[in-house]
Design a protein around this ligand. Sequence first.
Ligand code: BG6
Length: 495
Amino acid sequence: MSVSSAGNGARQQVFVLVGGTGDLAMRMLWPSLAMLDQDGFLSDDLRIISVAREDCGTEVCVDRIGTAVTKRIGDALEPDTLARLRKRIVHVALDAAHDDWGAKLKAELGDIDRLDIVYFLSVSPSLFKPICEHIERAGLNKAPNRVIIEKPIGRDLATSKIINDSVAHAFDEARTFRIDHYLGKETVQNLIALRFGNIVFEPLWNAQSIDHIQITIAETVGVGERLGYYDEYGAIRDMLQNHLLQLLCLLAMEPPAALSSDALRDEKVKVLKSLKPITAENVLTHTARGQYGPGFADGHPVAGYEAEKGSPSNTETFVAIKAEIANWRWAGTPIYMRTGKCLPSRSTEIVVQFKPLPHSIFGPEAVANRLLIRLQPDEDISLTLMNKAPGLTAEGMHLQSLDLSLSLVKAFDSNGDKPPRRRIAYERLILDALNGNNAQFVRRDEVEAAWNWVDGIVKAWTDTHMKPQMYPAGTFGPVSGYRLIERDEGRTWND
Ligand code: BG6
């Protein structure tokens, strides 16, 4: 497929990647652009401007991009993809501290009235304000131009408002695309398909039939190079405020009236606003904080977070929360969430645990149904059902559980032997932003409602002096993480 200037009539599309030589750009964004190009999703005349402080010149910049793309997705690259991508790219050295930022970019852009510009600010949020000001002062912010920004959108509600206000000065809400890369993941998008494309789940999708839900995002890696950033944020701000709460919203929201961006996001906001506050009164039973100590994770010995930092720290690298949603659908059915670094395995999964039968004619052999949705490392959805154990026994009939499994890779394996390429989450999101579709981006009121709830938890930690408990690297978090769920009778994490 080959397209020209998608979405905005005769205007030529320009993708301005600010932070074009940075880590995220090299690991994720350039490889995503390369794949979109290869698959024919970029308009033929789309130009890409890489912006960075570094004056490395276009030749060096595209060489580095070529190396990074090959490293990330070399197996999937077709022979002419890199050459085509290279032709689109120009690197411009600009320093946000200098007043000529906008003028220099404008000179590179050419006739801006004929352009449809998408900015991706892959830089520290402290630069969002000066960069948006440069863009605005140079008149480069007018519709249909839009901006993509990424977390951390603040450290709390107050700081997120400052960031959002500074961006809003240049770009209205409809043209502000806040990325949560989890929303670009195939299986996360599939949650919407699963819930609202099938009738079988909806009548059971409530507190009457569901005992509880678990969401786990476990990582084997530690904080590594990002210690400076991480120590300021911790697991609650780095992962829970955004990725985990987005998953919670998709699982708990009411069916939207349409797949349009506002219909979807209105429903997500309602969930966030229905979360019961966690306060000093219940913070001990509803949250767990941990920090990895010495141990062994991801195949390597780990010195421990404080040893890596070289000084004491109160930052949590593990957090578990029991969330309760105060509405008719979910009252009485908690959602347990946890995430951490240096855990024993890398996995992201959701467990929807159904209630036991109201009356079992099979005795205790009948185990409650469970829906398991795995996002990582592989994508899989399986429903545990009770079955008659095959064969004949003197005592009569026995039950056994059986998984009805939908391996997404196998299900959509088109040619029988080669599994479809697993897309980078940013591919979907960059494509949507190019096409002006913001349904899978986070709206300002969502970010703020999420911060509002998270701020309450952080305050409760401070008020009760609740410090992170040490867990050995390579284990599933501190004891308090287990207690959080096991305190509620009959419930355990699906480790
Ligand atoms: C990022 C966090 O948003 O998500 C990182 O800042 C984390 O700390 C990463 O490692 C996890 O993303 P994924 O896609 O690897 O699960």
